[in-house]
Ligand binder design. Structure first.
Ligand SMILES: C[S@@+](CC[C@H](N)C(=O)[O-])C[C@H]1O[C@@H](n2cnc3c(N)ncnc32)[C@H](O)[C@@H]1O
Length: 346
C-alpha cells in the first residue's frame, strides 16, 4: 500500500495500477459472495462436507450448471472455496464467517447490506440534490439486512462484551432493568432476555416498522412478558418513570441527530450508579486507519450514514461525551477492529 504522504511522481505507474486491480478483484469477490449467499450456493456447499462438483451443486438448487461452474471458479479464486479434483468445498471457517448468524465472527450480513440500493445507488442518485432520508423511507429488505449486520455486534456484546465492565455482570445476573435504545428489529432484546433471565427489558426505537419487527421477534422468542417496546426518537425519550440499571446502544449512537440530548435523556433514565454502554463502529481518526481494511469497510457504511445525515464517529468521541455528562468509571474495550464499546456509570 502507498503511504498517504508519498509525494506524487515518486511512484511508478506499474506500482499504482495494482491498487486499482485490487479493487476490481475485491468487487468481483464481493459480488460472488453475495450471489452465493442469496442463491443458496454457499449453504448447499456447507451441507455437503465431502464437496460437490458444479453439476450436482446446480442440480440440488435447480440452477443452470454452466452458470454454477462460473460461480464456483470465481468463488475458488476469491478464496472462499477450495477444490480437490472437480469437487468444491467451503474453505476453512467460511461456513462460520458467512452463514453462522450466532457466531461473534459472522460477517455474511455485511455483504448483503452493502448490496442494498440504500448504500451506493441511492447515494449516487442523490449526489447532486443532497437529498436526505430517514429509516421510515428505507425498504423492509434494508431493515432486515441491517439487523443481520447488527446481530454479531450483539453476539459479541452479550454477554462477553458486557463482562468487560466492572460490576455489571453481577447486577445483570441478580436482575435489573435494561433499556436497549435504538433496538431496531429486536435481536438484542431477545439476546438480553435469554442471557439475563431475571431482567426486565425496554426497547426504544424511532422507526415504527422496526418496533413492529421487534414485537414479533420477542413474541416468537417467548419473552414478550418481560419486554416493553416504545416507538420514540431517543431525543424525546423519557425513561424517568422507571429508571434503569443499564442502558445500551448498539451501532446507533452515531445516528442520533443530537448525541448530547440523547445522553441527557439516558442519564435521566438511569439509576444513580447505573451504566450507559455504547457499542459502535470505531471510525478511524487517522489517515493510516482510513487506509486499513476495517477503515475502508467503515467508509462504505458512511455512504448510507451520510444520507440519514450522520457519520460513524471515532470511539474517543464517546469518551468526551460521557465525560461531558459527568459519567464516572469511564472505560472502553475493543472487541474487533470494527467494534468497540465505551461505557461509564452515572
Ligand atoms: C443501525 S440500526 C441498529 C438497530 C439495532 N440496534 C441493531 O443493532 O440491530 C439503527 C437503528 O436506530 C434507530 N435510530 C436511529 N436514530 C434514532 C433516533 N435518533 N431515535 C430513535 N431511534 C433511532 C433506527 O430506527 C434503527 O432502527
Amino acid at each position: 500500500m502507498t503511504a498517504p504522504t508519498q509525494p506524487a511522481g515518486t511512484i511508478a505507474i506499474t506500482e499504482q495500477a495494482p491498487v486499482l486491480l485490487g479493487h476490481l478483484a475485491g468487487f468481483v469477490g464481493h459480488r460472488t459472495i453475495a450471489v452465493g449467499l442469496r442463491s443458496g450456493l454457499i449453504k448447499t456447499l456447507a451441507d455437503a462436507p465431502g464437496g460437490l462438483s458444479a453439476d450436482p451443486l446446480a442440480d440440488r438448487l435447480g440452477l443452470d450448471p454452466w452458470y454454477v461452474a462460473v460461480w464456483c471458479r470465481s468463488a475458488f479464486g476469491a478464496g472462499i472455496l477450495d477444490r480437490a479434483a472437480d469437487r468444491y468445498v467451503l474453505a476453512p471457517h467460511i461456513e462460520t464467517l458467512l452463514l453462522d448468524t450466532s457466531s461473534p465472527a459472522y460477517v455474511g450480513g455485511v455483504f448483503l447490506v452493502l448490496e442494498q440500493r440504500e448504500v451506493f445507488d441511492q447515494f449516487e442518485a442523490s449526489l447532486s440534490s443532497g437529498d436526505r432520508m430517514w429509516w421510515n423511507e428505507c425498504s423492509p429488505e434494508w431493515i432486515d439486512s441491517v439487523s443481520g449486520t447488527g446481530t454479531p455486534f450483539y453476539t459479541r456484546l452479550i454477554p462477553g462484551g458486557l463482562a468487560n465492565i466492572p460490576g455489571l455482570t453481577d447486577a445483570l445476573a441478580a436482575g435489573c432493568r435494561i433499556v436497549d435504545t435504538a433496538c431496531g428489529a429486536g435481536v438484542g432484546l431477545v439476546r438480553l432476555a435469554a442471557a439475563y433471565p431475571n431482567c426486565e427489558l425496554v426497547g426504544v426505537d424511532g422507526d415504527q416498522h422496526s418496533i413492529e419487527l421487534a414485537s414479533k421477534r420477542v413474541t416468537e422468542a417467548g419473552v414478550a412478558d418481560r419486554v416493553t417496546l416504545v416507538c420514540s426518537p431517543l431525543e424525546r425519550m423519557d425513561l424517568t418513570a422507571t429508571p434503569a440499571t443499564v442502558i445500551i446502544n448498539n451501532i446507533s449512537m452515531h445516528e442520533c441527530r443530537d448525541i448530547d440530548t440523547v445522553t441527557r435523556n439516558v442519564t435521566a433514565g438511569l439509576e444513580p450508579g447505573g451504566w450507559f454502554v455504547i457499542s459502535d463502529f470505531p471510525f478511524p481518526d487517522s489517515d493510516q486507519g482510513l487506509r486499513s481494511v476495517p477503515g475502508r469497510v467503515m467508509s462504505g457504511i458512511q455512504f448510507f450514514e451520510a444520507q440519514i445525515d450522520d457519520q460513524l464517529l471515532p470511539r474517543a468521541v464517546y469518551d468526551d461525551l460521557l465525560t461531558r455528562h459527568g459519567y464516572r468509571e469511564i472505560g472502553s474495550a475493543v472487541l474487533t477492529p470494527m467494534h468497540a464499546i465505551t461505557y461509564g456509570r452515572r
